[in-house]
Design a protein around this ligand. Structure first.
Ligand code: ACO
Length: 371
């Protein structure tokens, strides 16, 4: 029996604090006029000190589970695509698994910069299609404000914080994630990167003094790359599915720069009205931008069951890719669930497990001393 991976739930979270271009004018030598004309961005959201990539991810995931009517304990797999993980390891996805109380889920992070959500969606869909799993949470989550140099006008004007999530469920009904394409060009690894803090250049007083723990970007080559690959990947995924661009109702692109989207629309010969755009309000939220834009489009009633939707993105790596969805919506007759309330229990469970680990460690120590 052929299995299909349907998007049955979605959710997003944006921090409350709004940073406008005017605010940035007080921080670096820039202007609202420059930022709007070169990027289309007017404001972005900045996480509060008590928010983190994992907490935003878990909040978006809770919403997506609620929409789908899926209980956290039913989730088989959690993939968090992120460019600003909580740590190099453990995976942010494991922290999210614990926060949600998704007791049977495997969890890992996927690193493909801003294309990460598309790659993660494809991986989860493949696992569902093979019958290996039935239910997955795919999350894009970022606190880029923590790794951006707020004195570097080349980068700090672009990025924002936020998270978005999809629930994917298996079914024998055709639809869902129909096709995906994934590409990389590692020869461009050096034009968009976080230079230090990994194993090649470990953190040291010197790396910090030189600001190598901040996002580094050469804007022009990234811009040229993006304008070439956005249309290419969108066209490729549509052709791979045996469809044409006329069959597509919506393009939901990675929200990096309005000029990049305008070039892509021109290359695809599609009007901008077919693109979902919200970068003016949130800036570039990397892996989170596509699920955030999808959640907004769904809330605005733009997405209907049966609609064909192309998700397309590019990012550091360099990477690019696209996914073609047939929009489903929640499965009919799904139960009411309250993942938010369940998270209280998940906290108690997590505290209990930590306590047990401490007690066992103390008992082991005593035994060793006694022996
Ligand atoms: N305010 C005012 N002036 C600025 C600013 C600023 N914030 N930033 C740069 N400038 C200046 C530059 O110094 C330069 O001055 P110069 O001519 O005297 O040297 C001038 O403006 C033009 O700079 P460019 O870099 O050529 O400007 P460009 O039109 O290319 O726009 C931008 C820069 C917006 C960064 C653009 O190149 C871009 O969007 N690139 C793609 C970036 C992107 O999408 N990155 C995300 C990838 S996703 C991921 O993986 C995280």
């Amino acid at each position: 029996m052929t299995r299909y991976a349907h998007v049955t739930g979605w959710g997003s979270v944006l921090p409350e604090h709004v940073m406008t271009n005017k605010d940035l004018e007080q921080m670096v030598d820039t202007s609202d006029e420059w930022i709007v004309s070169r990027t289309g961005i007017r404001e972005r959201r900045i996480a509060s000190p008590d928010q983190s990539t994992a907490s935003l991810a878990a909040d978006a995931a809770s919403q997506a589970l609620k929409t789908a009517g899926v209980h956290p304990t039913e989730v088989d797999l959690i993939i968090v695509a992120t460019s600003s993980p909580e740590h190099i390891f453990p995976a942010t996805a494991c922290i999210v698994q614990d926060m949600l109380g998704a007791t049977k889920a495997g969890a890992f992070d996927l690193s493909a910069a801003c294309t990460g959500f598309i790659f993660a969606l494809n991986m989860a869909a493949q696992a569902i299609r093979t019958g290996s799993i039935d239910t997955a949470l795919v999350i894009g989550a970022e606190t880029l404000s923590r790794i951006v140099n707020w004195q570097d006008r080349n980068t700090c004007i672009l990025f924002g914080d936020g998270a978005g999530a999809f629930v994917l469920q298996g079914s024998n009904e055709p639809g869902g994630v129909l096709e995906a394409v994934m590409h990389a060009d590692g020869s461009g690894a050096d034009v968009l990167m976080l230079p230090a803090g990994g194993s090649k250049i470990p953190t040291s007083p010197d790396t910090v003094a030189h600001g190598l723990h901040y996002v580094y970007m050469e804007g022009r080559p990234v811009f040229r790359f993006a304008t070439r690959v956005m249309a290419e990947a969108a066209r490729e995924v549509v052709e791979k599915a045996g469809l044409s661009l006329e069959d597509i109702q919506w393009i939901i692109p990675h929200q990096a720069n309005i000029r990049i989207l305008e070039v892509a629309a021109r290359h695809l010969k599609l009007p901008m009205e077919r693109f979902v755009v919200n970068l003016d309000r949130y800036g570039n939220t990397s892996t989170a931008s596509i699920p955030i834009a999808t959640t907004e489009a769904a809330a605005q009633g733009k997405l209907h069951p049966g609609d064909k939707v192309v998700l397309v993105g590019f990012g550091g790596g360099l990477t690019y890719g696209a996914a073609l969805l047939e929009w489903t919506g929640p499965f009919p007759g799904h139960p009411e669930v309250n993942p938010e309330r369940y998270r209280l229990w998940a906290r108690v469970r997590s505290a209990g497990l930590r306590l047990r680990r401490k007690v066992l460690a103390a008992a082991g120590r005593e035994q060793r001393l006694g022996g």
